[in-house]
Every structure is written in structure tokens, then in C-alpha cells.
Design a protein around this ligand. Structure first.
Ligand code: BDR
Ligand code: CA
Length: 312
């Protein structure tokens, strides 16, 4: 009988409701082997994102080695956003207290260890600012060949969300993003072009809740909380940005993509943090990112429903 060759992955995020749902999806997939989880300073302080990450891992029974991330971006000042994810960084349902501890290595050092020890090249899935990944690449550029790809949520070819030009994760640490996009490592970019279309509607929350287990109920509550912020902005549902970076690995057939050369703006009066995509190939440079532009929304929702069904 054929056995599935799992993709070794490192999950790196600043959870965050949509990071949390991304991790629920990752843990549910028979295609992924989660080798490590790391936190990063992003939507909240590193203390809060670490605590949230440990609670999520406890909820979903994911006890892969955990590394605490860098406490601040490489150069920029941190930007925390209690309006989006709440004061705790993950407001909403009550979660279990962590039932395990970080492993003692910080996030870049844990990534280094996992990548070095892996026989197969490892895929990194960052769903927050790219600080940890850039720190890894700065200290161990020799490991690039052992990184299969970076499937990240960040940026946007057409527009931003935190400024007109910049998406939040890239804006928080543009210098880190520049290092990642210039690394030569294959990049899958789940930017706003697609993640704003990865909408989960209120009727979908109820489909998820009806699955009935604890994880399903928590995911439905997270969606409701996250939708609260977006409803006030006129969205018809919750854009589950970060889960697209995982869905791109487990169900790539849901995605419409285009390979582009993408540069990250680190300066400028209006465009700092912009991911500038060379749509018409005017630079003559080879593409460095597979940019996801569209998604089969219904297929994405079905994937999330199937994911929560795998929990007890
Ligand atoms: C990104 O910002 C965060 O608030 C979300 O978790 C996502 O990673 C979307 O811009
Ligand atoms: Ca995030």
C-alpha cells in the first residue's frame, strides 16, 4: 500500500484568530508533518502571542517543539493591533491553559535545528511578520537549500490593508520581508489579493459549529469574534487570511496563481511595506514568488469544515 509522503513544516505565527484557524487546518491534514511551532511579535507583544500559541497547540493536541520568537521586528518599532484580535491578541472563547512549555531554543534557533536535522527539505509557513525567518536566514544562509519553500500570508499585489500600499505583516517588519523575498527560496505568497476572497460567512460558522466537537465550537467562536471587527468595515464574512497559506499546501487546486517578481519597499513616504509585483515583467527579472490571486471560496470553507471534523 502506498504511504503518503508528508511535507515537513514549521508553523510560525502571531496568533491571532486566523493564525489559529490555519494551525487547526495544518494539524488536521494527513499531508503535513508539523516539526515545530514558533511565535513572533506581531498583532500583539511576544508574551501574548506566545501564550496564545501555546494555548492553541494545547487545544489541538499539537506538542511539536515550540520556540519563542523575537520580541521585536529587525529594525522597525512593533505595531500591536488590539482592534483586530482584541487586547489579549486572541479574544473570544475560553481556551485551555498551556499543557507544555517552550523548548528553550528561540524561534530562529529551533528552525535551524529542525531544518538541519531533517532529511527532507522543510517548508516554513509564516502567518505573521517575517522577523524569525529573516533572523534564521541572516545567521544560517547555508540552510537555504534545505528550505523547500516558504508559504506565507503577507503582502498584496493590488493593495494594502494597514496603509493603502502595505499589508500588516509586511509593514510590521519590511526589512525582514525584503530578506525573505530576496532569499532565492521558492515563495508562495498568500497576499490580500486572495485572502480578502477567503471569506467565511455567518452561515458557514454555523456549519462548523454543528460539527459539535470542542475544536469546532472554538473555531466558530473565533470566526464570530474576527467577523465582528470586519462586519463594521462592511465585509460579508470573516477573511481567514492565514489559513490560505496552509490551504495552498494541502489543497493547491483551490488556488489561482501567477508567478511574479516581487520586491519589498522598505522606505518611502507612502509605500513602506508594499510588496511591489512586476505584473508586466518590465524589470526583466525572473519571478521569485508564486502569488495566489484567487480561491474557490466554497472549496476553502468545505476544507475548514472537514478539518474540524478530524478532532475528537
Ligand atoms: C494579517 O494580519 C493579521 O492580523 C492576520 O492574522 C493576518 O496574518 C492580515 O493582514
Ligand atoms: Ca497572523
Amino acid at each position: 500500500m502506498d504511504t503518503i509522503k508528508k511535507i515537513p513544516v514549521i508553523l510560525d505565527g502571531d496568533p491571532g484568530h486566523d493564525d489559529a484557524i490555519a494551525w487547526v487546518l495544518a494539524k488536521s491534514s494527513p499531508l503535513l508533518d508539523i516539526r515545530a511551532v514558533t511565535s513572533v511579535c506581531g498583532n500583539q507583544t511576544i508574551e501574548k502571542t506566545t501564550y496564545n500559541a501555546l494555548r492553541i497547540c494545547t487545544l489541538i493536541g499539537n506538542h511539536a517543539p515550540f520556540g519563542v520568537g523575537r520580541p521585536r521586528p529587525l529594525v522597525a518599532e512593533p505595531i500591536v493591533v488590539p482592534t483586530v484580535h482584541g487586547k489579549s491578541g486572541l479574544d473570544g472563547p475560553v481556551l485551555p491553559e498551556p499543557d507544555f512549555e517552550p523548548c528553550g531554543l528561540d524561534a530562529p534557533a529551533l528552525m535551524e535545528k529542525v531544518i538541519e536535522e531533517s532529511i527532507d527539505p522543510v517548508t516554513i509557513v509564516p502567518t505573521g511578520p517575517l522577523t524569525n525567518v529573516a533572523a534564521l536566514l541572516l545567521t544560517r544562509p547555508d540552510l537555504k537549500d534545505k528550505i523547500a519553500r516558504i508559504s506565507l500570508m503577507g503582502g498584496g499585489i493590488a493593495y494594502g490593508n494597514w496603509t493603502p500600499a502595505a499589508e500588516f505583516n509586511i509593514l510590521v517588519d519590511p526589512e525582514a520581508a525584503k530578506i525573505v523575498f530576496e532569499s532565492g527560496i521558492p515563495i508562495i505568497m498568500a497576499g490580500l489579493d486572495v485572502t480578502e476572497k477567503a471569506l467565511v460567512f455567518p452561515e458557514d460558522f454555523e456549519r462548523i459549529r454543528a460539527v459539535g466537537n470542542k475544536v469546532a465550537q472554538v473555531v466558530a467562536d473565533w470566526l464570530e469574534f474576527f467577523y465582528g471587527f470586519h462586519r463594521n468595515l462592511g465585509y460579508p464574512g470573516a477573511p481567514v487570511h492565514d489559513a490560505v497559506a496552509v490551504a495552498a499546501l494541502v489543497k493547491p487546486e483551490l488556488m489561482t496563481t501567477r508567478d511574479l517578481f516581487v520586491q519589498v519597499e522598505t522606505a518611502g513616504d507612502y509605500c513602506k511595506g508594499c510588496t511591489v509585483g512586476d505584473w508586466y515583467g518590465v524589470t526583466g527579472k525572473a519571478p521569485n514568488a508564486t502569488c495566489i490571486l484567487d480561491i474557490d471560496r466554497q472549496g476553502f470553507v468545505d476544507l475548514l469544515v472537514e478539518a474540524v471534523k478530524t478532532y475528537d
